[in-house]
Design a protein around this ligand. Structure first.
Ligand SMILES: Cc1ncc(COP(=O)(O)O)c(C=O)c1O
Length: 407
């Protein structure tokens, strides 16, 4: 289904939040997305019809719950071109990165003491590595960003060396919208035998991401940013690597056999899923992905590009608006900007008074903001249900905010 302005507006009908908040202009999709009725109903339906603990009981209801859970895993696997055993359910992207930072600890070869990140990482892809660096006495290095807000690939080439153990990088920056060349960076890591980890939290919901084509070792994302419920996330890992590295969480559900002294771990993916899992939300994530697939992820990407182009053009024409975005070719549907002389928090409260939800602040990227010399930014981020009118209302609101501040 191709999306245009009228179909985008029609899509809002699938989302009860827009019925219950008639004039809502929701431009904070990078923080979390709204949920379609089919996803909300899936959670209810699971608890009403299929609820039991998955992967344990041998009675029919337990088998039904297991079936729902594994069906969702297969849907998520197909969505990124992985196999089911390569998909580990976690709490969210943050949990996925923390988990892999623990599991990889024992797999780091001697003599490799550098972890390479970029200067545009979300705190969730920074602090877990800071902690690993402290535990293992390793050095953190950062690929620089250029003045046009793109990543400096020459710097990436020079910093990925025989000393690099891990290259972990954001695919789409939540603060700048920058779309990084995941395949090229993963390939640089591969040529130096370093592990590659992709924070795909802002890319998987918005564009076709194919782990086989990118050829990364690990990749993470969150359900709540792709129409699914909060509390469930994905850790993808290449099968041969997941088989080699130890699990990071231990207990029920992840074992083959146990003695008082020892335990043998289960096969993939159970090896990495200790304890009772978030079965209902996993199945609702499956439903969210089905909804996205019905519309077509490429159609969503191309609609967001149109929204991005429309918004950038309008914002660029406004005096006193400073934009921090690498341009339509290098960006996903996220724009950060400031209105000269107005604190982003003050602007955000005024946007709220016009019914417009935007994010303001450091966007969990404090080091990046400091590097750019900014207190924070105002951020707008699009999804399939946004329409040109949402952007028009934002532009009108900026005019009124400027007037109010005498700018
Ligand atoms: C780029 C990026 N990485 C990681 C995260 C963390 O996601 P979650 O809070 O779902 O774990 C976010 C959330 O905003 C993000 O934008």
């Amino acid at each position: 289904m191709t999306i245009n302005n009228s179909t985008a507006k029609k899509l809002k009908d699938d989302f009860p939040i827009f019925k219950n908040n008639k004039n809502l202009v929701y431009l904070d999709n990078a923080a979390t997305t709204q949920k379609p009725k089919v996803v909300i109903e899936k959670i209810k339906e699971f608890y009403e019809n299929s609820n039991a603990n998955a992967s344990r009981g041998i009675y029919s209801l337990a088998e039904k719950a297991t079936e729902e859970y594994e069906k969702a895993r297969k849907i998520a696997a197909d969505f990124i071109d992985a196999s089911s055993e390569e998909i580990i359910f976690t709490k969210n992207a943050t949990d996925s990165i923390n988990s892999i930072a623990y599991s990889l600890e024992s797999a780091i070869p001697n003599g490799r003491d550098e972890i390479l990140l970029t200067e545009m990482e979300h705190h969730s892809n920074l602090i877990p590595w800071q902690q690993l660096a402290k535990r293992k006495n390793m050095k953190l290095r950062f690929i620089k960003i250029k003045s046009d807000f793109t990543l400096d690939m020459e710097d990436a080439k020079s910093k990925i060396t025989e000393k690099t153990a891990i290259v972990s990088f954001v695919h789409v920056s939540n603060a700048l919208g920058t779309l990084n060349d995941a395949k090229a960076i993963a390939n640089l890591a591969k040529t130096k035998n370093a592990f590659s980890i992709i924070d795909a939290t802002q890319s998987v919901p918005h564009m076709k991401v194919d782990v086989k084509n990118i050829d990364c070792d690990f990749l993470v994302f969150s359900s709540h940013k792709m129409l699914g419920p909060a509390g469930i996330g994905i850790l993808y890992g290449k099968k041969e690597l997941l088989e080699k590295i130890p699990p990071f969480s231990f207990g029920g559900g992840m074992i083959k056999s146990v003695s008082y002294e020892n335990a043998e771990f289960a096969e993939l993916p159970e090896k990495f899923e200790a304890g009772t899992q978030n079965i209902a939300d996993a199945s609702a994530l499956g439903e969210a992905i089905r909804y996205l697939e019905k519309i077509g992820i490429e159609n969503i990407s191309s609609w967001e590009k149109q929204l991005l182009g429309y918004a950038l053009e309008k914002l660029k024409k406004m005096k006193g608006v400073e934009i921090y975005n690498p341009g339509i070719e290098n960006s996903s549907g996220i724009i950060s900007f400031n209105i000269k002389g107005i604190h982003p928090h003050d602007a955000a409260s005024l946007f709220d008074s016009f019914g417009i939800a935007v994010r303001a602040g450091h966007h969990c990227c404090m080091p990046l903001m400091k590097k750019l010399g900014l207190q924070g930014t105002i951020r707008i981020s699009f999804y399939l249900y946004n329409a040109f009118e949402d952007i028009d209302k934002l532009i009108e609101a900026i005019k009124k905010i400027k007037e109010k501040f005498g700018k």
